[in-house]
Design a protein around this ligand. Structure first.
Ligand code: SAM
Length: 339
């Protein structure tokens, strides 16, 4: 297993000294709709009016805040923040004053709040949407307002930036040309196993978010679903002081999780299935009648009760969505064959 840690810049501390003055200089502006931007061909940063702007915030390192985020935080008419305390904390670290109205905008109220915010957009307001860290809508609030804005024909744009998905993918060393993002695995074991089974024939690199208290169970399930040799990377504390990337086969990484449980925020990146693995996974899908024939053979060969043989073959041959065939249907098919 390859493990790598890197020292990054003092992320959680307040930006101070030179950096603070640089930020202050680039965000200072007398005009309500323009902020000074870094030197270059485009010297002013225009804040769009009558628009929803989703903006990515740092996932650990405050220095990853873009000039556009800083200007938007200062000048948006309304800031819809997942957690208003975290917004003000970020503003403090960036040395920015949030001048607009701040509203809480989280998973529990985003549906009911979106239309009210869009009414303000209709009257010309710039509504900035930020989550606690990273890109809004990526396992974070934001999708409701985007959808409603589209339905109502109102402008919505994005000030992109940090997101743990792309950071981990890029650092994994696994193919990046085709990948899929699977968010968090389900909490319940049976649902997690079903989700992973459905991914057994997935050829693209797969990205999951994970938490320290579930990582050990998830590694066990990843091992059963994909085997010990499938390459993967475990990326934790990205952009922070204790950033670490563990790369290796699933078996090795699982062992490392047992020996040295990872703490902090985690992303798992799993290599896609090889052509053979994908073929094997998709050809293992059987019809109810085929499962019945297999169960009868298994019962005879291994001296099992038919019910136990059915349970075994059903488990070994999940349906394409990862769920299992209905036992009763397979049992009825067995009875039909025996008659
Ligand atoms: N919107 C965020 C984004 O764009 O990455 C994701 C928010 S989701 C609620 C939080 C999860 O993202 C964490 O549990 C972890 O899996 C992942 N994550 C966020 N920041 C991370 C970091 N600095 N290092 C590793 N994983 C991180």
């Amino acid at each position: 297993m390859q493990s790598e840690t890197s020292e990054t810049m003092n992320p959680d501390d307040q930006i101070n000294g030179e950096a603070q003055s640089a930020l202050a200089a680039r965000t200072a502006s007398d005009a309500p709709s323009a902020a000074a931007a870094p030197a270059g061909p485009q010297r002013t940063l225009t804040i769009p009016r009558g628009t929803v702007v989703l903006a990515a915030t740092p996932i650990g390192n405050t220095f990853d805040a873009s000039a556009r985020l800083v200007a938007l935080m200062e000048q948006a008419d309304i800031v819809a923040a997942e957690d208003t305390r975290r917004l003000y904390d970020l503003a403090r670290r960036l040395g920015v004053h949030v001048n607009g109205r701040v509203v809480a905008f989280h998973d529990h109220n985003e549906r009911s709040k979106s239309d009210g915010l869009l009414d303000e957009v209709e009257t010309g307001a710039c509504v900035l949407v930020v989550s606690d860290a990273g890109m809004p809508t990526i396992n974070d609030p934001g999708l409701s307002i985007v959808r409603r804005a589209i339905e109502r024909g109102l402008p919505v744009t994005c000030a992109p930036g940090p997101s743990a998905v792309l950071d981990a993918l890029a650092l994994s060393g696994l193919p990046t040309d085709r990948f899929c993002y699977e968010g968090f695995l389900p909490r319940k074991h049976a649902e997690r196993v079903q989700r992973l089974r459905a991914l057994q024939s997935e050829r693209r690199t797969i990205v999951f978010y994970e938490t320290p208290h579930r990582i050990a169970d998830s590694m066990d399930d990843l091992l059963s679903a994909f085997g010990p040799d499938r390459p993967m990377a475990l990326a934790r504390e990205l952009t922070k002081d204790f950033e670490e990337i563990r790369r290796g086969g699933i078996g090795e990484i699982r062992q490392s999780v047992i020996d040295d449980p990872p703490r902090g925020e985690i992303v798992l990146v799993i290599g896609g299935a090889s052509e053979n693995e994908a073929l094997e996974a998709s050809s293992s899908v059987l019809s109810v009648d085929e499962l019945a024939v297999l169960a009868i053979d298994r019962a005879l060969e291994d001296g099992l009760r038919i019910k136990d043989a059915i349970a075994e073959v059903i488990e070994e041959h999940p349906l394409p969505d990862g769920s299992l065939a209905n036992r009763k249907q397979v049992y009825n098919a067995v009875l039909k064959i025996k008659q």
